[in-house]
Design a protein around this ligand. Structure first.
Ligand code: PMV
Length: 321
């Protein structure tokens, strides 16, 4: 059996997935919409080997990790589909700090799913890959696709999958991540989802999502950046208001996160089009247009609480190396 190496992009959710209506199948409470990021990638090799006595998983150069169990469960799903009984050697490398709010599980489980199915001799459709990737990590179902991607929430496993709305070439946007810290989050988003419904504002949020996704799609189709930016920034704050009002409350921001928010607002006052969004963590994304990339990057790099920046263009679907 051949060794397969796949590189997948992480994404940034413009309308976020938050809360699960089925924990085991990872069916989301709401649909979501994201953009792939070519500067944040996971490269994963998978090889089934009859000499192995158990699965061997190495992530970012380290052998034993708490993610091991989830990786093995994903290997099991593929083994069952492909009727393969062998153990596998999995080696995975992230181009960015994992577990810091940059959705490393989205690219990781997308790369793992595509690499494992191919190594097991399966050739699945993108929809089948999306359904399988979703069971490893929800957001990973979007990262088997390229460009601007919608995840249909669905009522069953077969109807909950993602697809490309428009390809990366449609619109040259830039995403600049400001790294505030490399600390590992003290709660994974996988666990944090479980408290979503405890926020008194959660049902209101879920009701508004279909309209929000429709507006994001219109803004992207029309390439209307201020319209997109305003929706995305308001959505990030609304999402964090759910985290702040959940039981137990989840305060994700660090002082540097807030420093970046102020800087983005100051840039807009000067006519520079930039908008922020944040997932579950302290590191923060700033969306902008190519003509403003340099000025935004300079501004962020000069903030005393920003350690470094990572710039991305809109990314494509996973590729085999
Ligand atoms: O796929 P998970 O369990 O890592 O959850 C992702 C949650 C957010 O990043 C906050 C939102 C999203 O849609 O990516």
């Amino acid at each position: 059996m051949r060794k397969v190496t796949i590189q997948a992009c992480a994404d940034i959710a413009l309308v976020k997935y938050w809360g699960k209506k089925d924990e085991v199948l990872r069916l989301p409470e709401n649909g979501s919409f994201s953009m792939m990021l070519d500067g944040l990638t996971t490269t994963t090799s998978v090889e089934f080997d009859e000499k192995l006595l158990r699965d061997e998983v190495t992530i970012d150069g380290e052998k034993i990790h708490e993610e091991q169990k989830r990786v093995v469960q994903q290997l099991d799903r593929v083994r069952e589909l492909a009727h393969v009984q062998l153990f596998a050697r999995v080696t995975s490398q992230n181009s960015f700090p994992k577990s810091t709010g940059l959705s490393s599980s989205s690219s990781a489980f997308a790369a793992l799913t595509v690499a494992t199915t191919r190594a097991a001799g399966l050739m699945l459709t993108q929809k089948e890959l999306s359904i399988l990737a979703r069971q490893g990590s929800g957001s990973a179902c979007r990262c088997v696709c390229g460009g601007f991607v919608e995840w249909h929430d669905g009522e069953t496993s077969e109807t909950s999958f993602a697809e490309t709305f428009l390809p990366a070439e449609h619109w040259d946007l830039r995403d600049i991540v400001a790294i505030i810290s490399n600390d590992q989050k003290n709660i994974s988003s996988s666990e944090a989802h479980q408290s979503a419904q405890t926020s008194p504002f959660f049902t209101t949020r879920v009701k508004k999502i279909p309209e929000k996704i429709a507006n994001v799609k219109t803004a992207i189709t029309e390439k209307n950046f201020p319209k997109l930016g305003e929706i995305v920034e308001a959505e990030a704050l609304e999402f964090h208001s759910i985290l702040l009002t959940s039981q137990p409350p989840l305060v994700m921001w660090y002082p540097g996160t807030v420093q970046v928010m102020y800087a983005v607002h100051a840039l807009r006052k000067e006519g520079v089009l930039a908008y922020f969004t944040i997932n579950t963590g302290f590191n923060i994304h700033v969306l902008t247009l190519p003509e403003f990339e340099q000025v935004v990057a300079e501004k962020l790099k000069n903030l005393d609480l920003v350690q470094k920046i990572i710039t991305s263009k809109v990314g494509n679907e996973p590729k085999e190396l």
